[in-house]
Design a protein around this ligand. Structure first.
Ligand SMILES: Cc1ncc(COP(=O)(O)O)c(C=O)c1O
Length: 399
């Protein structure tokens, strides 16, 4: 594309490009970010100093690539594996993994983490039993789980959820095929209703079939970010809930500025994967992707070093308090709204289109709640002040 104008230095140095459409888009995106209430991205991003450091060190002109296993010695120097590994070791105990029995990686996204969970679970169970597993997931879980099971050719059973979006244990029981191994995906924060599958109740069902080998993967894209920092942390603790792997998004609670995530599992699972010897990397490559972002791992590392666990806890609790505040304010004027326990996702009767667009609300339809719905995800940037403004606008639109 040809430049339309010479570069003008108006705002910050470098803020204006030769491309008009790009300049306009940048201004809109930056101005609108805090008004967005319908998506689970934390817009309170704390990476300015990281970028300054990155540019000042000339890394902006270095092609980095984390191809290879961060837990092995790799021949390449232009990776940030060392930092990636430290990120996994920081998070491992928060999800109940022991630091000497853990493997993981910084992923491209929550979906990438689910891909690894399903793939690792499938290999693990085949290796243990010699049989093809069946995957069970609720009909309210994120679509990536169904899509990935399909992509990996895994026989899948979609289990009915209750009105609030939790997998129904009796429905799981009816669908189980006990003579085949089982991969179960627990939704920890279903995307639209924010439902948390009841792991204890579902485990009780699975325990009725002691000869059935089970692999439990937790899709905790959003809730896996904040729950470890609250008093409800047991729910994401594998020592209590017995899960084998977990996927969490980095760009949701943790405030990464672009898609990224975590995938964490145990060494036992890692060691029962299919072998692919890739001589130019670290010989045996267990994971799916070859090239991966070095910068994501560096940014994640920066965040865990510059934000303390106490600060994460403060953010997590504030988000849940603000969620309660939003619900109270909506109920004060009888606006239909629902929220699951421990969830920061409030679903409401779908407001007029003008409100949906102004606040980028995502929408859905469910007869059980009167039909058209929308949801609000109370992330860190959704302050009480912004909630008040939203509620005021909603009231006016209903008049
Ligand atoms: C429960 C759940 N799982 C997985 C995903 C996919 O995560 P990502 O968008 O990071 O791929 C989402 C996205 O919203 C989600 O809500």
């Amino acid at each position: 594309m040809k430049p339309t104008k010479p570069i003008e230095q108006t705002a910050a140095p470098g803020a204006t490009s030769p491309f008009d459409e790009l300049n306009k888009w940048a201004q809109t995106a930056a101005a609108e970010k805090n008004g967005q209430l319908g998506f689970p991205g934390n817009q309170d991003i704390k990476l300015k100093d990281f970028y300054r450091w990155y540019v000042a060190n000339g890394l902006i002109q270095v092609c980095l690539n984390n191809a290879g296993d961060p837990f092995c010695d790799n021949p390449g120097k232009l990776t940030s594996h060392r930092f990636e590994r430290e990120v996994i070791e920081y998070f491992a105990p928060l999800y109940g993994f022991e630091t000497d029995n853990v493997w993981g990686l910084v992923t491209n996204s929550g979906s990438d983490g689910n891909n690894h969970g399903i793939y690792f679970g499938n290999n693990f169970l085949k290796n243990k039993t010699g049989k093809d597993p069946v995957l069970y997931v609720s009909d309210e879980a994120h679509y990536s789980n169904m899509r990935l099971a399909h992509l990996q050719g895994i026989d899948t059973r979609l289990i009915k959820s209750d009105d609030m979006g939790r997998m129904i244990p009796e429905e799981l029981d009816k669908s189980l095929i006990p003579d085949r191994p089982c991969i179960i995906v627990f939704a920890m924060g279903s995307t639209f209703k924010g439902a948390i599958d009841d792991q204890n109740a579902l485990n009780a069902v699975l325990d009725r079939y002691p000869s059935m080998k089970v692999f439990r993967h937790v899709d905790a894209a959003l809730f896996g970010g904040y729950l470890p920092f609250t008093r409800h942390k047991d729910i994401v603790d594998r020592r209590i809930m017995r899960f084998d792997s977990i996927a969490v998004s980095g760009h949701k609670f943790f405030g990464m500025d672009e898609p990224a995530g975590l995938f964490i599992t145990s060494r036992d699972v890692y060691e029962r994967q299919r072998q692919f010897n890739v001589a130019y990397l670290n010989e045996d490559m267990k994971m799916i992707n070859c090239s991966r972002s070095s910068v994501d791992a560096l940014k994640f590392w920066w965040l865990i070093r510059s934000i303390s666990k106490e600060e994460w806890a403060e953010q997590a609790n504030q988000m849940l308090e603000n969620t309660g505040y939003l619900v109270d304010e909506l109920r004060k004027f009888n606006y239909p709204c629902w929220v699951n326990e421990l969830s920061n996702t409030v679903f409401i009767k779908r407001p007029p289109q003008e409100i949906v667009e102004r606040y980028s609300l995502s929408c859905n339809y469910d007869e059980r709640f009167g039909g058209p719905l929308a949801h609000i995800v109370v992330m860190q940037h959704v302050t009480r002040e912004r909630i008040d403004k939203f509620v005021e606008a909603l009231k006016l639109s209903c008049k």
